[in-house]
Write a protein that binds this ligand. Sequence first.
Ligand SMILES: Nc1nc2c(c(=O)[nH]1)N[C@H]1C(S)=C(S)[C@@H](COP(=O)(O)OP(=O)(O)OC[C@H]3O[C@@H](n4cnc5c(=O)[nH]c(N)nc54)[C@H](O)[C@@H]3O)O[C@H]1N2
Ligand SMILES: Nc1nc2c(c(=O)[nH]1)N[C@H]1C(S)=C(S)[C@@H](COP(=O)(O)OP(=O)(O)OC[C@H]3O[C@@H](n4cnc5c(=O)[nH]c(N)nc54)[C@H](O)[C@@H]3O)O[C@H]1N2
Ligand code: SF4
Ligand SMILES: [Mo]
Length: 867
Amino acid sequence: MRQQQQPKQNSMRPGKWYNSTCKMCLHTCNTRIHVSDTGVVDKIEGDPTSPSNRGKLCPKGNAAIMRHYDPNRFLQPQKRTNPEKGFGVDPMWQPISWEEALNTVAKELKQTMDDDPRKLLSASTNFQKFAHFAAGAIWNSNNFFSSVGNYCGGGYHVINGIIHSAFAGVNDVERCKLWINHGGGDGFSSHLHAAAQAGRVADARMDNGMKVVVVEPRMSIGAAKADQWIPIRPATDKQFALSICHVLVNEGMVDYKALKKDTNAVYLVGDDGLFVRNSDGQIYVWDAKANQAKIWSDESVGALALEGHYEVEGKKCRPAYQAFKDILDDCSPQEMEKITTVPAATVRKLAQDMYQASEIENNSTIEIDGRTMPLRPVGYNYYRGAQGHKTSAQANHTYKLINMLLGNIDTPGGHIGSTLNDWGNVDNGHIQPGENGMIQTNPHQLHPAAPFSYPPNETTLLSYFPVGADAGHLNIETYEKQEKFGMDFQADTLLLCHANPMWNMSGTNPRWVKMLEDMRFIFSIDIMPNESNEWADIILPCTDPLESWNMCMNEPPQTEGMCLRQPVVPPLGDLKSEEEILSELAERTGQLAQWNMLQNNIYGLIQKPELVLEDDVKYDDKEIARRKGLLWNNKDLDWYIEHGHSVTPRRPDKWFRPWEGLRLHFYIEEFIVERNKLQQQMEEADVPFRHEWEWDDYQGLPLPVLDPVHQEPEEFDLYAITFKDIQINFGESLTNPWIDDIVFKDPVHTALLLNSKTAKDKGLEHGDYVSLESPYGGSLHGRIATSEEMHPDTIGVSNALSRMATQHTGAKHAGGRFNDLLPTDLRNTDAVTGQPETVAKVKLTKLKSMPTPVTKNSVFGIGEDLQ
Ligand SMILES: Nc1nc2c(c(=O)[nH]1)N[C@H]1C(S)=C(S)[C@@H](COP(=O)(O)OP(=O)(O)OC[C@H]3O[C@@H](n4cnc5c(=O)[nH]c(N)nc54)[C@H](O)[C@@H]3O)O[C@H]1N2
Ligand SMILES: Nc1nc2c(c(=O)[nH]1)N[C@H]1C(S)=C(S)[C@@H](COP(=O)(O)OP(=O)(O)OC[C@H]3O[C@@H](n4cnc5c(=O)[nH]c(N)nc54)[C@H](O)[C@@H]3O)O[C@H]1N2
Ligand code: SF4
Ligand SMILES: [Mo]
């Protein structure tokens, strides 16, 4: 690794540095914050002692100063005095005391709880305070009202949890030689600790000659810097990955040894999709030497068969690998090219490059910490763009299968599981043994499963996704179609805490507006106005990250350890921390013991009796932070204040092959088992929508079936995609002047991106005004920027063009909200995981001029930067 640089002290007055942790995205880069002797925060730098971000921050990290001093921040509790609610309607906030604010909210919460707790919807989504995700559960509600974690990772987290009991996946950058980024910005612009990974990837390319290949419809930052950009038609990612598998399998470019030893690819699967078992429940494999079936653990097996068709216990069966090979017969690169538009030769070459880089042929090994392991320096990395589609479970499974065929899962150089936070304790591993020699699957990374119920208890239909999580967008479906879904209650209370569901969820704005209009009571715990809390009846203003305590660690790649956040300046107003507010509300409603129990369990404090929160004490942010630090490494706050963090390189035993001796799930039998169970439950309860449930989404191995987004009427001939970028944190950072300064000068973020030839074919020119309409009633408009750097079937809509908030004077409105274009129906929802489709089919119409702005904040003029 290159030499670490010291932070530079530009334009700062004399003052003091504090150790802290960034919170401009959900990750946890270590920072140093400088406060002048006059009490002004005038610099934020990366902490050079951090093995994670090594003294570096991304542009968002530095811009935290501007968020802190944002004149729009909420500085005291407020109540709405305008009874009328609506998009663009001034709530006429009036300052009130904390007593009045807390009592009002507590009274309403109590009423809802006594009436029917299911009527409370909760959008509480602070990843750095994971217990707050369960805020609704303080008042016994299981109804989650957000697409956080689901829009991006509905399928991703489930499959990571099933395959290697992990939350995310990341390539081993220190040893990787060929890094594939498929629909994700890792190492360049987004995903895991972007500021930390950008430096590591750059080092790996300079120092180790690592090559990068990017597969996506848009020339992203990563694609522009990569050795190869493979433009792909949106939402055909699964088919692309299956064609890679086809080449690897049919050309014998496979780590057979790893498949036989480390996976269940040798287990025999029957035509019913279940493994063939003996009367003791033990699974059979085929011994090709003895030419007979044996139990998986039988030491006399001479040669494990990966291929062939057999009959065992009266059932026709084949090894899981053979079942996959049979599926791949229909997935040749030539066939898949018709769908993906990626030339067959490109696929073949990439598969060959990956195999060569994998060092399977040389049987390469490496010794780390006295442990000899295979070395597989190639990783197939992917995220939201590749996985955010209807058959998401199958898509994610395919990407894992590529990695499994190359024998690189959790293996040095390869594709490694990254955990969320190891349940707060450095000694926790994340792997448990499961049945029949396999690892225990762990699909519920975001939300525990809910027991089956009809009528449904959850507005997200949570209990209909036994391996999935909260499908936030379904809130609107179950609200609008109560009869169809058999809903016997209607939500009327909304808790917003660090949340912006009105920006983040799919479905047209008027639909969500109608739902919010029907709410009896809405309250928000936030630092500033956004699309959602402008509907609130009460605002409970909280301290921001420069004014509060926390101790956190969020899916760090390569490292582990707790990161301290401490107040560096006093609160700008009459503010309380989120912890204080939630504890006050819990106490006033008689739920304090419940809240402390949730925090004990979710943060893992129950692992050390001395750290367990007591039932009847209100804990503030400082005390929770202190206990989280003690849980990790027995260090108290004074130690953390001095050191800033306990981040170290990740312990190799947790990082590499922590499941050694167990088998990974090449074949996911659990999907078939859960599908059968759910089918039976729905049948017995006579659930009316069971015939609409997409049972075919459940597959033990992925199929090349097309997602419904490709079957929209022909006039919708373009695929609209959205994207983040290194300087953007969703929509939220787009009220920050430093961020705006770099975003709104860039055509990538101010225009709708269209391929030059496509534009010409449609009679359009660079800078023309256009509208986009989706088959689901949503539309947006803007000016196009033409470029060779877009797939010809794609139109790109940056997150910068999606703000609608009217109560924040800095929110710049463009021509709509991308998510208005997206469907919310069951047809476009993965029936396994609840993942919604995040690509929209649209038709494009040329406009004579830009429509009249709908609000005073509209910035349609931003397109002028194109000229
Ligand atoms: N800078 C930054 N980093 C972040 C965040 C942030 O807001 N900003 N948020 C964090 C969070 S919560 C998440 S979930 C992650 C998300 O991290 P990513 O998944 O890396 O981010 P996205 O921009 O959502 O999607 C990645 C890419 O997919 C492309 N894409 C869109 N549709 C398709 C498609 O159909 N196929 C393919 N192949 N590509 C497509 C987009 O052009 C985009 O470049 O990032 C985390 N890190
Ligand atoms: N069009 C489009 N839609 C998307 C995405 C996309 O890229 N494009 N990304 C999807 C993904 S990956 C995700 S995870 C979601 C994210 O969806 P969002 O809910 O928008 O996530 P955040 O930007 O984290 O912001 C939530 C709100 O928290 C508030 N906030 C910020 N800091 C604090 C704080 O310290 N305390 C409190 N109490 N509040 C604070 C801000 O008002 C902010 O608006 O959106 C999803 N939806
Ligand atoms: S990657 Fe996230 S945590 Fe790191 S500096 Fe950027 S915004 Fe902050
Ligand atoms: Mo996300």
